[in-house]
Design a protein around this ligand. Structure first.
Ligand code: B12
Ligand code: SF4
Length: 463
C-alpha cells in the first residue's frame, strides 16, 4: 500500500513537518479488510524512501491531485512487473478516465464497500475494471490497521476520522464530487467511535473529519462519551455550528483545544457565489469570542482569488486575523478541482489556464482571475503568510487574549509551528518526532477560560 509524495515535496514550498503530521489513514482503513495473515507493507513517501524493488501480488495506491503523476509512474512500474495495481482516492474519483490506463482496477468514491468486494473478487479471479461505491455506511467497520503505521515518524500519530463527508455543499470543495451517487455525510456509531478512541495510546487526538460538529446528535453523544477519558483534541467545525446551541461547550468539556474553521472570505458576494450558505450573515467575531472564552485556539482558513476580491483583501484578512487573536491561518489560492461545481463553472466560462495537476496545490493561480491579476494574487498570498507569521504579528495576535495562559499557548503554538523549521527538520531526520508529542499535549492543556470558570462541572475533567 503506497501513499506517493505530493509533487510539492520537490518544491521550495516543501515543509517536511507539515507532511510528517498524519499517517496514511485511508490506506490503513482499507488494510483492515485484508485477511489477518496477509503480508502487508504500508509506505508513505512523505516520511520514508519508497522500496519499489519488491514483487507483491497486489499494489494499492492512493491518488491525490498533486501526487497523481507520481502515482501513475509507480503504478506503471509495478504493472510492468506483472503486479495487480489498484488506484483509488479523490483524484481517481474526479478523473477516472485519466487513471484507468495506469491500473488494473480503479475505485470511485470511498472504499469501505468496494474494497472488500474487490478482495472477494480477487480470490475468485473475477475482478472488475471499475468499482463504484454505492453502500455508504461506517457502521461495524473493522478496526483501522494502526499496527501498519510507523508511529515514530509522525508528530500526530493519533489522527482519527469518525465520519465521512460534510452536510454542506461549497462549490470549491471536493466533497460533492467524491460522494456523488450516494450519501455525502454519514457518521460512525458513537460507541464504535469511542472504542476506536480507546484503542489509541496517549492523550492527544486529531480528528480529520471535515465537520466534527456536523451531526449534532452524534457529536453530542461522542463528546459525552469522551468526558473523563482525559483526552485533548483538535478538529474542524463551521462558524454556524459554533454559534448554535451548546455543542461547542460540550466539545470543550470533552477536551477540544483547537479548532479549524473555514472563514474563507468576508464578502457576501463571494460566499454566495461559492454556495457557502452556512457562513452567510454569521457573526464571525461572536464565534471567535465564544471559542476564546472556552480557551480554544483557532486555525482559520481563508481563500484568496474569489471574484469579489481585490488588492486589499490580503491586508484586510491578515489584520482581521491578528486583531481577533487567530492562532494559525491557512491561506489558499482558489483552486478549481476537477469534478467540483467551481471547476465546471470555470470550464464553461473558458477560465481554466491549464491541466498541469502539479500546480493545483492552492499555491498557484490556475485560472483566469477577476478582480486581481494572477501575479497580484500569488504575490498577495505569499505576503499574507509572511506577514501573518512575522514575530510581530504572532506577538500581537497572542496579546489579543484575556488569559495569560492562552497568550502563552498561542505564542508557543504559532511560533513553534512556523518559526523553527531547521529544528523540526533535525528532529525528523533523527526520527524523534513523536517524542515531541508531550510538548504538543502541554501546549494544548486547558486554559481556565471565562466561560469554563462560571460552570463548575466543566472544570474538573481536564487540566
Ligand atoms: C490529512 C489531510 C492532509 C494531510 C495528508 C497526509 C496524509 N497522510 O493523509 C496534509 C496535511 C499533508 C494535507 C495537505 C494538503 N491538503 Co489535505 N486533507 C487531509 C484530510 C483532512 C484528511 C485525509 C484523510 O485522512 N481522510 C480520511 C480517510 C479515511 O479518507 P481518504 O484518505 O480519502 O481514504 C478513503 C477514500 O479516499 C478511499 N481511497 C483512497 N485511496 C484509495 C485507494 C484504493 C485502491 C481504494 C480502493 C480506495 C481508496 O478509501 C478510503 C476509505 O474510504 C482531507 C479531508 C478529508 N476529510 O478527507 C484533506 C484534503 C485531502 N486536503 C486537501 C488539500 C486541498 C490539501 C492541500 C493542498 C492544502 C494546502 N493548501 O496545503 C495540501 C496539499 C495536498 C496536495 N498538494 O494535494 C483537499 C484535497 C482536494 C483534492 N481534490 O485533492 C482535501 C480533500 C480537503 C478539502 N476539503 O478540500 N492534507
Ligand atoms: S464546509 Fe468545508 S468540507 Fe463542507 S462542503 Fe464546505 S468546504 Fe467542503
Amino acid at each position: 500500500m503506497i501513499l506517493p509524495a505530493l509533487t510539492e515535496a520537490k518544491s521550495p514550498y516543501w515543509r517536511p513537518i507539515k507532511y510528517s503530521l498524519f499517517p496514511p489513514l485511508g490506506l490503513a482503513t482499507l488494510a483492515a479488510y485484508c485477511d489477518a495473515d496477509d503480508e502487508i507493507t504500508l509506505q508513505d513517501e512523505h516520511v520514508e524512501t519508497l522500496q519499489l524493488n519488491d514483487d507483491p501480488q497486489l499494489v494499492i495506491i492512493q491518488v491525490y491531485i498533486t501526487n497523481a503523476y507520481r502515482a501513475y509512474a509507480i503504478a506503471d512500474h509495478y504493472r510492468s512487473k506483472g503486479c495487480y495495481v489498484c488506484l483509488g482516492g479523490l483524484h481517481v474519483t474526479s478523473l477516472p478516465e485519466e487513471a484507468m490506463p495506469h491500473a488494473d482496477s480503479i475505485f470511485i468514491g470511498p472504499g469501505e464497500d468496494t474494497f472488500p468486494q474487490f478482495l472477494k473478487d480477487l480470490k475468485q479471479r473475477r475482478t472488475q475494471k471499475i468499482y463504484t461505491s454505492q453502500q455508504r455506511t461506517l457502521h461495524s467497520i473493522p478496526p483501522i490497521r494502526r499496527d501498519l503505521i510507523r508511529r515514530n515518524l509522525y508528530l500526530v500519530p493519533n489522527s482519527i476520522v469518525v465520519s465521512r463527508g460534510c452536510p454542506h455543499h461549497c462549490d470549491f470543495c471536493y466533497k460533492d464530487a467524491f460522494f456523488e451517487g450516494g450519501r455525502s455525510f454519514y457518521v460512525q456509531k458513537a460507541d464504535e467511535a469511542l472504542a476506536e478512541i480507546d484503542r489509541l495510546p496517549g492523550r492527544h487526538l486529531y480528528f480529520l473529519d471535515d465537520h466534527l460538529l456536523g451531526d449534532r446528535k452524534f457529536a453530542a453523544a461522542l463528546f459525552d462519551g469522551m468526558q473523563g477519558m482525559n483526552r485533548v483534541f483538535q478538529g474542524a467545525s463551521t462558524v454556524e455550528a459554533i454559534l448554535r446551541g451548546n455543542l461547542i461547550e460540550q466539545a470543550a468539556a470533552a477536551g477540544l483545544r483547537s479548532v479549524f474553521i473555514g472563514f474563507e472570505t468576508f464578502s457576501n458576494h463571494n460566499l454566495q457565489q461559492s454556495n457557502k450558505k452556512q457562513n452567510i450573515g454569521k457573526d464571525y467575531t461572536e464565534a471567535i469570542r465564544r471559542l476564546h472564552d472556552l480557551g480554544i485556539m483557532i486555525n482559520g482558513s481563508f481563500v484568496f482569488g474569489l471574484d469579489d476580491d481585490n488588492e486589499d483583501v490580503f491586508k484586510r484578512t491578515v489584520d482581521w486575523a491578528v486583531n481577533n487573536g487567530i492562532t494559525t491561518c491557512t491561506f489558499h489560492i482558489l483552486t478549481p478541482y476537477p469534478g467540483t461545481a467551481l471547476y465546471k463553472r470555470m470550464q464553461q466560462q473558458g477560465r481554466l489556464l491549464h491541466s498541469n495537476w502539479d500546480l493545483y496545490d492552492t499555491r498557484h493561480v490556475v485560472y483566469r482571475t477577476n478582480g486581481l491579476s494572477a501575479e497580484q494574487l500569488e504575490r498577495g498570498y505569499n505576503w499574507a503568510y509572511r506577514n501573518f507569521y512575522s514575530w510581530r504579528n504572532i506577538t500581537s495576535a497572542s496579546l489579543a487574549h484575556t488569559e495569560l495562559k492562552h497568550m502563552l499557548k498561542h505564542f508557543a503554538y504559532a511560533g513553534g509551528w512556523k518559526k523553527f523549521e531547521p529544528l523540526w527538520n533535525f528532529i525528523i531526520k533523527t526520527k524523534g518526532l513523536n517524542q515531541m508529542l508531550p510538548l504538543l499535549e502541554a501546549i494544548l492543556s486547558k486554559v481556565p477560560g471565562r466561560q469554563t470558570l462560571k460552570h463548575g462541572p466543566l472544570q474538573h475533567s481536564f487540566n
